[in-house]
Design a protein around this ligand. Structure first.
Ligand code: NI
Length: 259
């Protein structure tokens, strides 16, 4: 079984004590590739170190996370844009809007998102969207900016059926499903039962959003397997089939040559 974790922060300090063991466990559980989204200036070096330490097991993204958008976002963007041009990155991410924690910089978040959509179009890279409590705003921006020639993933999708339908009207976009799918009473399993696998990819968002039965503990990239197994249960399919389809989708999303 070959699984791609399309969103994981394995470079985070939560893994400083046992990162190598975590990366080994990922392989043991069939997670052959992990895509690493950036947060801001401070995460660039740890991210690059992980890319260099595990070149066959990781791919990187570069971008400014909405919760790191503050007054100084333009200088952050300048630094990250320079980094994006320095080495091969497979997506602009993670970018978007987060209106759950703090709405102070809502206008700046919008501006930063639009600028980074522009980078993605210019560099022909997909975008990894963070849309916490902000799907209506994200849709509005995508509709205004236009998605012709743009591809991407709604990372950690946990919206309604109507929101999933709307997201999938953008032809080259995927829904990224993680631990939330496994949460009891979360309702996402019922929503996703109505959609096929053809536009889905899987992820962990490690160290956050740990799937059942480990909910509340630290998440790690190996647990992508649990998301694949949950999707298999929802659709009454063998986990191997779910892994094959979602991995093929991730290969398309990140324009990988095959793994
Ligand atoms: Ni993330």
């Amino acid at each position: 079984m070959k699984i791609i974790d399309t969103h994981s922060h394995m470079y985070a300090e939560e893994f400083d004590e046992d990162r190598e063991a975590c990366m080994e466990r990922a392989i043991e559980r069939g997670v052959v590739l992990t895509a690493l989204p950036n947060i801001d200036r401070s995460s660039v070096e740890p991210l690059k170190k992980l890319l260099d330490d595990f070149p066959d097991q990781t791919i990187g993204m570069m971008g400014l996370h909405p919760t790191s958008v503050k007054d100084d976002f333009r200088s952050e963007l300048e630094m990250l844009r320079a980094e994006l041009e320095k080495r091969k990155y497979f997506a602009v991410g993670e970018i978007g809007m987060d209106l759950y924690w703090d709405k102070t910089f809502k206008a700046e978040q919008e501006e930063a998102f639009k600028i980074q959509i522009g980078w993605a179009k210019e560099m022909e890279l997909p975008i990894a969207i963070h849309a916490r409590d902000s799907l209506p705003e994200i849709f509005k921006i995508l509709d205004i900016e236009g998605t012709t020639g743009l591809s991407g993933v709604f990372h950690c999708f946990s919206g309604s059926e109507a929101e999933a339908e709307k997201a999938l009207t953008y032809p080259n976009f995927y829904l990224g499903l993680g631990g939330v799918l496994t949460f009891k009473n979360g309702g996402l399993d019922k929503v996703m039962a109505k959609f096929g696998l053809d536009r889905l990819v899987v992820e962990t968002d490690a160290p956050y959003l740990t799937p059942a039965p480990f909910r509340g503990k630290r998440n790690e990239t190996a647990y992508t397997r649990l998301v694949v197994e949950k999707l298999a249960e929802i659709h009454g399919l063998p986990a191997e089939d779910v892994a094959a389809v979602t991995t093929a989708n991730a290969v398309k999303l990140f324009q990988l040559d095959g793994i």
